[in-house]
Design a protein around this ligand. Structure first.
Ligand code: GUN
Ligand code: ZN
Length: 429
C-alpha cells in the first residue's frame, strides 16, 4: 500500500480543555508530519521523527491540520430548505420542509442529492455526519451508497413519521419497522456506515409507531437513536397534548425506551430540571444547533446548565433549519448564544467540541476526532488567512488560540484548504 506523508502544523486534543491555559489537553506541533496508509493514520509527530522514505509527500505548510469536523445532527433532504422565511419551527416544517421532503420519494433525485450533500460537507471540512434521511427508504439507501463509495464515516436512518404530516410523507408503524429493519441489515456496520433509528419527533409518531421504534431499539442496541426534543414552546405543548400520560416531553421518549447512551437529542433548549436529570441518568446526548436555534427563533441552548446536570453535549449544524454547513460558523453562532447567557466558549474548547468532543458524544473516540496513530485518516487543513479580512486580523494574532478564534469567528468553507476522508482528498480544487 502506498504511504503518504503530510507536512503541516498539527493540532489534536486528548481531552476537553478545562481552562484557556490547559495546554496539556492538546498536542500542537509547529513542524509536524502525519503518515497515512490504507485510510489510517500510521504516525504523527515532529517531521524530523516521522520516517517514511517511500512515502509520497504532500506539503500543506504553513497551514493548520486537525481532525475532520463531525456534524452530529443535520437533514439530508433539507439542503434546498436553507433560508426559508418562516415564523417558527412548526410553520417552517409545514410550509417548506415537509413539502420539500416529499421529493425524496424519487430514487434518482436521492442519488443526485446524496452526492451533492456529501460534497457540501467535505467542502466545509466535515468528515463525519449524523444525518436524517427522509421518510423514504430510498433516501437512506442513496446516502449510504454514496457514503460507502467515498469510504466516509456516516450515520443515517430513514425518518419514521406516521401522522401530522402530508400523506405522501407518512409511513405506518409496520412499514417504518420493516424498512428500518431491512436498511439496518443492508448497511449497519458495512464499511464505515452506521444506522440511526430515527423517529422524527413525538408530534409525527403515533404511540404505535413509538412502539415500533422501541422494538428496533431493543433489537439493535448498537444502533444510534436520533430524534428532536424540546426545541420550541408550541412543539413542547403539542407533544405533551398528544402524550397526556407522559410527565413531560422527555418522558415520552423514556416511556418507549428511546433514551440511552447512544441517543442523540436535537436541541434540548427548554428542559426542566427533572428532564435534565432523566437524560443524565440515561447518558443521552443533547445536540446544540446554534444557527438553527437562532434562525427559527427557538431559544438559547444552556450549555453550562446541561453540563452541570451531568450531560455531554454535542454540537451540530442542523441543516436546513441551520443556516451553514460550516462547523466554524456553527461555533461562531454557538459562541454568541453562550455569550448571551454569560458563558464564554474558549477556542480550545470550541475546536475540541467539533472534533474529539463530538466523537465522545457518538462513542467513536477510538476511530475519529483525533490524529492519534491507529485512527481513521479523516482530517482538515485550515488557513486562517483565507480572506483579506481574516489576513488583516491575523496580522495581530498572538498565538494558536488567536488563530483558532479567528477561524471560529470569521471562517467558513473558504478557510478549508483541503479535507481528507480515509486519507483521500475530497475538497474540489
Ligand atoms: N423537529 C422535527 N423535525 C425537525 C426538522 O426537520 N428540523 C428541526 N429543526 N426540528 C425538527
Ligand atoms: Zn433537526
Amino acid at each position: 500500500m502506498t504511504q503518504t506523508l503530510i507536512r503541516a502544523r498539527l493540532l489534536t486534543f486528548h481531552r476537553e480543555p478545562q481552562t484557556p491555559d490547559d495546554e496539556g489537553a492538546l498536542t500542537y506541533i509547529e513542524d509536524g508530519a502525519l503518515l497515512v496508509e490504507d485510510g489510517m493514520i500510521r504516525a504523527m509527530g515532529e517531521a524530523r521523527d516521522v520516517a517514511a522514505p517511500e512515502a509520497q509527500i504532500i506539503d500543506h505548510r504553513p497551514h493548520l491540520l486537525m481532525p475532520g469536523f463531525i456534524d452530529t445532527h443535520l437533514h439530508f433532504p433539507q439542503t434546498q430548505v436553507i433560508a426559508s422565511w418562516a415564523a417558527e419551527l412548526l410553520d417552517w416544517l409545514n410550509d417548506y420542509t415537509f413539502p420539500e421532503e416529499t421529493r425524496y420519494a424519487d430514487p434518482t433525485l436521492c442519488a443526485k442529492m446524496a452526492s451533492a450533500f456529501l460534497d457540501r460537507l467535505t467542502d466545509h471540512g466535515t468528515t463525519t455526519a449524523v444525518a436524517y434521511a427522509s421518510v423514504h427508504a430510498a433516501s437512506a439507501e442513496a446516502l449510504f451508497a454514496e457514503g460507502l463509495k467515498r469510504d466516509m464515516r456516516l450515520i443515517t436512518g430513514k425518518v419514521m413519521m406516521d401522522r401530522n404530516a402530508p400523506d405522501a410523507l407518512c409511513d405506518t408503524p409496520q412499514s417504518s419497522y420493516d424498512d428500518s429493519k431491512s436498511l439496518i441489515a443492508r448497511w449497519h456496520g458495512k464499511g464505515r456506515l452506521g444506522y440511526a433509528i430515527t423517529p422524527r419527533f413525538a408530534i409525527t409518531s403515533t404511540p404505535a409507531q413509538m412502539e415500533a421504534a422501541q422494538a428496533l431499539a431493543q433489537e439493535h442496541p448498537d444502533c444510534h437513536i436520533q430524534t428532536h426534543l424540546s426545541e420550541n414552546h408550541a412543539e413542547i405543548a403539542l407533544s405533551c397534548q398528544l402524550y397526556p400520560d407522559a410527565k413531560d416531553y422527555t418522558d415520552i421518549y423514556a416511556r418507549y425506551g428511546l433514551l440511552r447512551g447512544n441517543s442523540l437529542l436535537g436541541h434540548c433548549i427548554h428542559l426542566s430540571d427533572r428532564e435534565i436529570g432523566a437524560l443524565a441518568e440515561a447518558g443521552s446526548k443533547p445536540v446544540f444547533c446554534p444557527t438553527s436555534n437562532l434562525f427559527l427563533g427557538s431559544g438559547l441552548f444552556n450549555d453550562a446548565k446541561l453540563r452541570g446536570g451531568g450531560l455531554t453535549n454535542a454540537i451540530a449544524t442542523d441543516i436546513g433549519g441551520g443556516t451553514s454547513y460550516s462547523l466554524l460558523q456553527t461555533l461562531a453562532e454557538g459562541y454568541k448564544v453562550l455569550q448571551l447567557q454569560g458563558q464564554r466558549l474558549h477556542p480550545y474548547r470550541a475546536f475540541h467540541w467539533i472534533t474529539r468532543g463530538n466523537a465522545v458524544a457518538l462513542g467513536l473516540t477510538d476511530r475519529i476526532g483525533t490524529l492519534e496513530p491507529g485512527t481513521e485518516a479523516d482530517f482538515v487543513v485550515l488557513n486562517a488567512h483565507a480572506t483579506p479580512a481574516m489576513a488583516q486580523r491575523m496580522e495581530r494574532a498572538r498565538g494558536l488560540a488567536d488563530e483558532l478564534f479567528t477561524l471560529q469567528v470569521m471562517g467558513d468553507d473558504r478557510a478549508v484548504v483541503q479535507t481528507y476522508v480515509a486519507g483521500q482528498q475530497r475538497k474540489a480544487a
